[in-house]
Design a binder for this molecule. Structure first.
Ligand SMILES: C[S@@+](CC[C@H](N)C(=O)[O-])C[C@H]1O[C@@H](n2cnc3c(N)ncnc32)[C@H](O)[C@@H]1O
Length: 224
């Protein structure tokens, strides 16, 4: 089979990286290229990302010395910047995004704050090609809602997660967010928990978090 033929038979990865990339181009010109702040958060983006970090931090703070972290669909990698500012060594973080521009912005944002940028990987969050059980904490803000079937991401996250590790995913809903229909307007939390069950992650928790329609999904993988 020729290379071109093989390319056309590959399913196109799902996600919002093309629209995200367009947004990143605009952000680069504007004031929200970097929304990490060590001051009191003021814009809605700053307030939201500060709040997501505050939800994640108590779950990981006692493990920062020994754990490895993966931000899937990192974009500007705001949450990773918060973690680094709070004391996480960026050497223990991997950033993954389909968008080269997102990764570039993430790198610049770390440099802006004199933080050493984490390792970066361009790739599909549904098919990362990382080995099994590589990370203790897998997190993102604003990824799952862009997938018609978020199980592709959740299954991959569970494969990459070490026993005893944590999945933490913030889902930014809104009825028109991606046009995937009912699950956002009805009960996104039930939907995400059901997806987790279906990929074998039993006992996950998903709670409404902020208006409008933000939910936080968390899962502790049983220790081996
Ligand atoms: C809403 S943005 C995340 C924003 C991020 N929290 C920040 O601080 O900028 C979602 C990100 O997911 C990425 N993405 C979408 N689909 C993806 C996929 N299949 N694989 C990897 N990354 C993907 C997009 O490129 C985008 O950067």
């Amino acid at each position: 089979m020729g290379g071109g033929e093989a390319m056309t038979t590959q399913p196109k990865p799902e996600g919002n990286y093309e629209t995200a990339t367009k947004k990143f181009v605009a952000m680069k010109e504007g004031s929200n290229a970097c929304i990490f702040t060590d001051k009191w958060p003021r814009s809605m983006s700053e307030i939201n990302h500060d709040a997501y970090f505050r939800a994640l931090w108590p779950m990981v703070k006692d493990h920062v010395k020994e754990w490895t972290f993966l931000e899937m669909g990192c974009g500007r990698a705001t949450t990773s910047q918060y973690l680094a500012y709070a004391g996480l060594n960026t050497g223990s973080i991997a950033l993954l995004d389909m968008s080269q521009l997102g990764l570039e912005m993430a790198g610049e944002n770390f440099q802006k704050w004199n933080m050493i940028p984490p390792r970066m990987f361009q790739g599909d969050a549904a098919n990362t090609r990382f080995d099994d059980a590589q990370f203790n904490c897998i997190y993102n803000v604003g990824l799952l809602e862009h997938f018609q079937d978020p199980k592709t991401i959740l299954r991959e996250a569970n494969r990459l997660l070490k026993p005893g590790g944590l999945i933490f995913m913030v889902n930014v809903g809104g009825a028109n967010h991606s046009g995937w229909g009912d699950f956002r307007t009805n009960s996104p939390c039930d939907f995400f928990v059901k997806c987790m069950e279906e990929v074998g992650c039993h006992g996950s928790l998903c709670v409404p978090f902020q208006f409008p329609d933000v939910s936080v999904l968390s899962y502790w993988k049983p220790k081996a």
